[in-house]
Design a protein around this ligand. Structure first.
Ligand SMILES: [Zn+2]
Length: 251
């Protein structure tokens, strides 16, 4: 029986290799071959992700409305390529990869507030014009995958974007907050998703935290109990230290 089991294992592994040859799977970062197991990110690129290992990386975006921040890693290298592929090149299969990375690492940083303990994931909404242009909301795809993985709820229309804002990454620190003034609105029909709930805001990239802070303020004002924020990447930080570019840009 043992021989039969190992033969069947060998056949299955051969079939998997054959499938990889016939239907090559491209890595979303380097475009090289990714095995079926690793797809959409090859093993080499996974190994090159610079994971955030300290919550000091978020010290400079302290906010009384948000109990904690978390991201996979700094917005650089492989993670930057993957975020761009996800957002601008419609590699939506990456939503599952990012959700898996976040879910598997979040709990070790916040053991008292595990990801599965949150009531609802709320993605940062896009304005309807932007949504039409891009065809999907990347934060929404990520929030849905996180919900699937953790078993917590997801509500994509609890917060709406009523104002078409300028692209945040073109603005200076102070302008980012001014740009977002009055940008978000609570959907009063979905108040039951917010009141007395532990909410986690989902975004693609956190820089100054202006977007998530603005949303958190609104959520708290409408009765949310605790608010956390997570994103794929965090800009301008490196291993817990502010990078040079951050110091230069926001002196
Ligand atoms: Zn790769």
């Amino acid at each position: 029986m043992k021989g039969a089991a190992s033969l069947s294992g060998a056949i299955s592994s051969f079939a998997s290799c054959l499938a990889d040859l016939i239907f090559p799977l491209a890595c979303a970062s380097c475009a090289g071959h990714a095995s079926k197991k690793d797809y959409p990110v090859c093993a080499e690129c996974r190994g090159r992700i610079n994971y955030i290992r300290s919550l000091e990386a978020f010290n400079d975006i302290a906010c009384s409305d948000i109990r904690g921040f978390f991201s996979i890693g700094p917005y650089e290298g492989v993670l930057k390529d993957l975020t761009a592929a996800f957002k601008y090149h419609k590699k939506t299969a990456l939503a599952g990869f990012f959700a898996g990375e976040l879910a598997s690492r979040f709990d070790s940083f916040f053991p008292l507030a595990p990801l599965s303990g949150f009531d609802v994931f709320i993605p940062v909404p896009l304005h309807e014009n932007k949504l039409r242009e891009r065809g999907f909301n990347q934060a929404e795809l990520l929030a849905c995958k996180l919900s699937e993985l953790c078993g917590s709820g997801v509500c994509c229309d609890a917060v709406m974007r009523k104002k078409e804002t300028r692209v945040q990454n073109k603005l200076h620190y102070k302008e980012r907050f001014e740009n977002l003034a009055g940008a978000f609105e609570i959907n009063l029909k979905k108040l039951y998703e917010i009141r007395l709930k532990n909410v986690i805001i989902v975004d693609d990239i956190i820089t100054t935290g202006a977007t998530v802070k603005s949303m958190a303020q609104l959520l708290k004002r409408h009765g949310a109990l605790n608010v956390f924020a997570i994103s794929i990447a965090r800009t301008d930080i490196r291993n817990g230290q502010k990078a040079k570019i951050f110091k230069n840009s926001f002196k």
